[in-house]
Design a protein around this ligand. Structure first.
Ligand SMILES: Nc1ncnc2c1ncn2[C@@H]1O[C@H](COP(=O)(O)OP(=O)(O)OP(=O)(O)O)[C@@H](O)[C@H]1O
Length: 303
């Protein structure tokens, strides 16, 4: 099932083209939208919500047209904006209940639903305190809670890890993954940090200056490389020499050996050499591409 699709989507501002003939097609699950600052991520989200008209091309979200059915889209899609304007003298509970009522829930249902989502995002007793005294992490959680409160089918999260410390970022990423898996809500999440999306996304879209660089399943980004990392307790030098004698391409990096995989015989050669030299093998693992590598290569191709 396609949850969102764009066709030649273009957005021109007076001095800049923020989106340039973008054509993508996304299925259910967690999708990452990656790009440097100014790449066009927020502009795309605003168009998908029907808040900003495209200059050319079109887009559909859950089969609804962004130019003519914005209100219906916003009814079933949650949105966590990048910047916040949380009223400082209002508590998270009051704020989220208010937004739940604005979405059409009666007062009692709104209170119950707000309590549930605030618990899910990890705001405990603090939720009764005024938000002016909240940390960045707590504010991000409130923004996430309000995006979920009307029980959306899909959510757009714009830079949800912005301003968080490493622990806060890990917790937020785990929460987003749970929303996608346990709650079954499809997620479009933006970030300029490529590595963090690798951990939680099923699919990644990479854009640069409004143009599509790549749109693929995460498994395609991180497919196995053709090199094996080998670590032994001692004797890395004799092992390197022995493998080279047997025709393997080996490079040494401190205590690690990188061995080019030429076929199953590479694995056999390492096993035999380790046994012959009576070494203690700590690990032998096949490298995987990281999203950063792909992005760097493809950005270089485009320039
Ligand atoms: N309302 C606007 N008027 C004019 N230019 C705009 C407007 N909104 C965005 N832009 C420009 O469009 C380009 C894309 O901006 P956008 O905010 O979509 O990028 P982004 O990838 O979300 O980056 P960031 O993470 O920094 O917000 C930028 O050059 C930005 O300056």
């Amino acid at each position: 099932m396609h949850i969102l699709a764009t066709e030649g989507l273009t957005k021109r501002f007076p001095t800049v083209t923020a989106l340039d003939r973008l054509t993508v097609d996304v299925g259910t699950g967690v999708t990452g939208l990656v790009g440097a600052n100014g790449a066009g991520k927020s502009t795309l989200i605003k168009i998908l919500l029907g808040l900003l008209p495209p200059s050319a091309g079109g887009a559909k979200v859950l089969d609804l047209d962004v130019t003519t059915q914005g209100t219906q889209i916003r009814r079933i899609v949650g949105y966590m904006p990048e910047h916040d304007c949380l009223p400082p003298d209002v508590s998270a509970t009051e704020f989220v209940v208010h937004l739940a009522q604005m979405s059409g829930l009666p007062r009692t249902a709104a209170r119950e639903r707000a309590a549930d989502v605030l618990r899910h995002v990890g705001l405990a007793e603090e939720r009764y305190r005024a938000m002016g005294g909240y940390s960045t992490g707590m504010k991000q959680r409130v923004k996430l809670a309000q995006a979920l409160v009307h029980d959306p089918k899909m959510i757009f999260l714009d830079e949800p890890t912005n301003g968080l410390d490493p622990r806060g970022r890990d917790e937020m990423l785990a929460l987003i993954r749970r929303i996608g898996t346990e709650f079954g809500i499809s997620v479009l999440v933006t970030s300029h940090l490529l590595g963090e999306l690798e951990r939680i996304c099923d699919h990644v879209i990479v854009i640069d200056a409004g143009r599509l660089l790549r749109s693929s399943a995460i498994t395609e980004f991180t497919q196995a490389t053709q090199s094996l990392t080998v670590e032994v307790e001692e004797g890395v030098q004799p092992l390197a020499e022995r493998l080279a004698e047997h025709g393997q391409q080996v490079t040494q990096h401190g205590r690690l050996l990188l061995v080019k995989v030429s076929g199953p015989e590479t694995f056999d050669a390492i096993r035999d050499a380790v046994v012959d030299l009576d070494l203690c093998l700590i690990r032998m693992e096949q490298g995987r591409h990281r999203i950063e590598d792909v992005f760097r290569e493809e950005a270089a191709d485009v320039v």
